[in-house]
Design a binder for this molecule. Sequence first.
Ligand SMILES: Nc1ncnc2c1ncn2[C@@H]1O[C@H](COP(=O)(O)OP(=O)(O)O)[C@@H](O)[C@H]1O
Ligand SMILES: [Mg+2]
Length: 558
Amino acid sequence: MRFSYAILGMVGFALTDTAFAALLQPMLDGGFVERDETAIWFVPVAIIVLFFIRGAAGYASTYYMAWIGWAVIKQLRSEVFAKYLTLPTAFYDEASSGELISRITFNSQKVANAASTALTVFVRDTLTSIGLLALMFWHSWQLSLCFLIIGPIIGIIVGRVSKQFRKASRNIQESMGEVSHVIQEAIDGSRVVKIFGGQAGEQERFEGANESNRRFNMRETRIRALNVPIIQFLIAIALAIIVFVASGGLLGEDRLSPGQFMSFIGAMLLLFAPMRRLTSLNSQIQQGIAAGESLFETLDLESETDTGTKEVQAPVTSLEFRNVSMAYRPDKPAVLNNVNLQVKVGETVALVGESGSGKTSLISLLPRMYNHDSGDILINNVPVQDYTLASLRGAISYVSQDVVLFNDTILNNIAYGSRETLDRHTIQAACKAAHAADFIEGLDQGYDTMVGENGIMLSGGQRQRVAIARALLKNAPILILDEATSALDNESERKVQQGLDTLMEGRTTLVVAHRLSTIENADRIVVMKLGQIVESGTHAELMANDSFYSKLHSLQFS
Ligand SMILES: Nc1ncnc2c1ncn2[C@@H]1O[C@H](COP(=O)(O)OP(=O)(O)O)[C@@H](O)[C@H]1O
Ligand SMILES: [Mg+2]
């Protein structure tokens, strides 16, 4: 419906252009030459009516095309965003977030705009051109042929000029980038510049960038300043030729009246703008297609596989990794090799090992952040991929070293994902257990304090305790802690550890620890090296031997 309004508007707009050019004839011949009474009244009224229609039609086509365009943009954005939420973790590892953001914000807009502009230009300007050309031929086919020969030549020259113009603009942008780059380096590196005496060199570098920026700007100005006079001059030549042909008696019997001639010239002048837009239509469409390609590629990406149908049944009694191997990409070496690990209900198993030994990789397989390549990961003797993702992940709580907080209140951060179903008291109880209640209640707005972007208003230890409260609230049977206290100083680590101890009670826990002091009490310690489990036992057992663990231990405590 709206689409037909838009098209109707375009048609109306196109018709009025032609009608206006046609109107020039009765205006001059009737109104001025013959002083015909009807023409004297008819023409002014017609002008007003025409421009009223033109305005209404222009409004309708612009408004309704924009309406459709924005509806499409909104739809595209929602679909791409929805896709983002379901993509596998590996996708985010490789993509740049800036690029992903601009796909939603910028590309979607570009596609829809290109499409609606292209359509508008195509319908409106094609119709306008046809109407005007028809009018011209109706007045005089000989003059029209003249125009058809001269017109394209002008078009080609104008095209050349605008190409130069675009090139110049691009050069300016690049050289401006270079200028800021030099400035930024000089400011950021000011100490190095001073100590190593780089002032002269920096000045020279800046001089170069500064000068080329000036030159590119002047080139653009020259093209811009030449652009209008050149086009006008070319039109003047065309006009001169046509005036000569029309008035020089070359047309013989087909000579035009003054009104017809003005109407012809009017149509010709009105024709330039739509013609120019039609010739740039292709590049518009190309831009839209380019922007659309990456959007539709995104929409075509494979979502996380979620083909399991089972639900994790309440009590979780066992957890097992059986011969598990995994590589992040098929062309990369495996980061986990035949890992075997059994965890009993309520047990706390600590994973230790050098950085890069595969601890994080191993635990991220459990909630299927990544998929393992071979072997089995079993919860209650059922492979994890047989569970629905929602149920599997619902059974697992997770606290990592870098806590993610949303720019929202503390309350909403803690209750993230379950805000609707929880009352304030439950949330406060979780905070008490996480040893977070004291500091939260000390804040000006308590639980309603906004934490700022990524929790910037909170200290590391406070953020960590908010994350623990969130994990507590989830009350999941399986708990994963990945270096949850590594980034903290001793004092906040002590507080966070108290919170963690509460959290671990009665849960099956996998804990990755950097500081070995924090896991001495674990039921079992598993040592990883190069993607394999090399030792396992209690702290006392492992310390008794000349084990890898005891070496790690003495390294940390010497
Ligand atoms: N997202 C990833 N993509 C590709 N390779 C990764 C990724 N994460 C970790 N790795 C690689 O896997 C290996 C094990 O890393 P990780 O499991 O993080 O070790 P740890 O947690 O023990 O320090 C390392 O060689 C690391 O470079
Ligand atoms: Mg890690």
